[in-house]
Design a protein around this ligand. Structure first.
Ligand SMILES: *[C@@H]1O[C@H](CO)[C@@H](O)[C@H](O)[C@H]1NC(C)=O
Ligand SMILES: *[C@@H]1O[C@H](CO)[C@@H](O)[C@H](O)[C@H]1NC(C)=O
Ligand SMILES: *[C@@H]1O[C@H](CO)[C@@H](O)[C@H](O)[C@H]1NC(C)=O
Ligand SMILES: *[C@@H]1O[C@H](CO)[C@@H](O)[C@H](O)[C@H]1NC(C)=O
Length: 481
């Protein structure tokens, strides 16, 4: 019901805008965007050196590589994804992390009664069944907030403050599809809820955290990519109205291999056997996908974008270390409403008046907490484009950046993580390829949020219609349009 209502409103306004803003001739009929989660910019030349006949090597022969591409900060998968489809960062989108906090939200099933301020976990915890492969979001598990004046269960896409490229492509009547690791990636549908013709979200929490199991899981995404590109629904097996104009999705196998086996030494090369296996697996899909595009006669009309939503830290296995999140929270020394912890900590205080005390306590414990940097205070946040915690209920009070390689966890089961601010997390693989391109390496500093604008340019849709990109002045990637 929610989706249908949203659509009629959106269709009128956005379709009219798209018609006004349409350019003369779109250069591409299809944009296909794949995130190899975890893949660093630095992994690409290493893989190609080891596998000169790989499909990635072949895509690069007619592709542009951006070795200085950076994903969002924080580099969690959720804001990393949102950046690529909105052209914007957490300060604009309100999406900081999958598991975070909002000072204006209420707990599930409270009818927005009681003091505001609630954790928001847009991960498996909102599923009907968090250990079932095929499940969906249980509205009863959603946090609540006032939306257009009414207390509402907030789906992930409704928390997003700006539109997505899926909404713009769909508004002109085209087919859009996306696949990712939890039903919560519903977020890419955008605030209208209408951005996807079809979304396919098998729950990764349903499978063991091993490379073989994750390869089997990624095979579900591959089936979706191949069937969609053959004009077939992955949900019903019926024909789609057309091959998607915009299709996106991700692979998890490389990320899991990095977290469980990783790299042999500080140079990041050679890859351990499981990591190489995961890379070969994704590379194999790329070959299959290109063959399908050729078979259907649409390869030349298609822009392929490989952009990883996050990297993984550390590459150098010697840097890895754990610090207990409970210790971090305890030594902050003041009441904490919520702390998101990975290789970063986002701290929301119960009382913002405690900020100076909390920062002083953290400073006094830098060594034991293995802290590299404490980011706090309106001026510092604004200067670094994180927004203002005093006026924006989604912005944390404190960001703790640990020394590279340190993870705030007690899991003892992983040797790397992402979400943080280090280059190993943020400097990700980014390749744009088409058979009519010349091989090129563009060394400019670029951000993965720029792919949103590039995708619209490729399809002849006015990027001015992308709200977050417009707010942040996000431009398309250099060297293309
Ligand atoms: C959740 O899914 C798992 C895996 O399919 C199943 O074993 C379990 O019984 C389900 N739980 C409920 C409450 O349905
Ligand atoms: C995907 O397409 C293949 C080949 O046409 C078919 O065998 C398979 O059943 C399809 N998958 C789904 C989920 O419809
Ligand atoms: C990394 O490992 C490779 C293979 O064992 C070795 O050739 C190389 O010298 C190592 N580099 C460093 C810095 O340890
Ligand atoms: C930190 O831990 C100590 C010792 O367990 C305890 O006495 C203290 O109350 C804790 N402080 C906070 C802020 O939780």
């Amino acid at each position: 019901m929610r989706y249908i209502l949203g659509f009629s409103v959106f269709a009128t306004t956005a379709a009219a805008l798209v018609t006004q803003g349409r350019r003369a001739a779109p250069e591409f009929k299809h944009v296909f965007m794949f995130s190899i989660d975890g893949l660093h910019a630095s992994d690409v030349p290493k893989y190609v050196a080891q596998r000169p006949d790989s499909n990635i090597a072949s895509l690069l022969k007619t592709g542009i590589r951006y070795p200085n591409a950076f994903t969002s900060a924080p580099s969690d998968s959720f804001p990393g994804t949102v950046a690529q489809f909105t052209g914007a960062l957490p300060v604009t989108t309100g999406i900081w992390y999958d598991d975070t906090f909002d000072r204006s939200f209420f707990n599930p099933e409270t009818k927005c009664i009681g003091p505001p301020g609630a954790p928001i976990s847009y991960d498996e915890s909102i599923d009907f069944n968090a250990t079932a492969l095929f499940t969906s979001i249980d509205p009863a598990d959603l946090p609540e907030a006032f939306l257009r004046g009414a207390c509402t269960q907030i789906f992930p896409h409704e928390r997003l403050r700006v539109n997505t490229i899926f909404e713009l492509v769909r508004a002109r009547g085209d087919v859009t599809t996306y696949t990712d690791k939890h039903p919560s990636y519903d977020v890419v549908r955008g605030p209208s809820g209408t951005g996807l013709t079809e979304g396919f979200f098998p729950e990764i929490n349903a499978i063991p955290n091993t490379v073989p199991a994750t390869i089997a899981y990624d095979t579900l995404h591959i089936e979706a990519f191949l069937n969609w590109t053959s004009g077939i629904s992955i949900l019903t097996g019926e024909k789609l109205p057309a091959i998607p104009t915009l299709m996106g999705g991700n692979f998890q196998a490389v990320s899991v291999a990095q977290k469980t086996s990783g790299y042999v030494n500080a140079t990041g090369f050679p890859f351990t056997a499981p990591l190489l296996e995961a890379l070969d697996f994704v590379d194999g899909f790329l070959g299959q996908f290109v063959s399908l595009l050729e078979e259907r006669g649409i390869f030349e009309d298609s822009l392929l974008i490989l952009a990883s939503k996050h990297g993984q830290t550390p590459i150098d296995p010697n840097l890895f270390g754990e610090v207990a999140p409970a210790l971090l929270m305890n030594l902050t020394g003041v009441p904490i409403a919520h702390a998101t912890t990975d290789d970063i900590a986002l701290i929301f205080l119960e009382d913002e008046a405690d900020l100076d005390q909390a920062v002083a306590n953290l400073n006094a414990n830098r060594e034991v907490l293995k802290i590299q940097e404490i980011i706090a205070g309106t001026q510092e946040f604004l200067a670094r484009d994180f927004g203002n915690s005093k006026v924006d209920p989604a912005v944390p009070d404190i960001i703790v950046r640990p020394i590279k390689g340190i993870i705030y966890t007690t899991s003892h089961s992983k040797i790397a993580e992402h979400g943080g601010l280090s280059d190993d997390d943020r400097n990700v693989a980014l390749i744009v390829s088409n058979p009519n391109f010349k091989a090129q390496t563009i060394e400019d500093f670029v951000e993965t949020k720029q792919v949103a604008v590039t995708a619209l340019q490729a399809l002849g849709i006015d990027p001015e219609l992308l709200e977050g990109a417009k707010d942040e002045g996000t431009t398309g990637l250099p060297g293309l349009f």
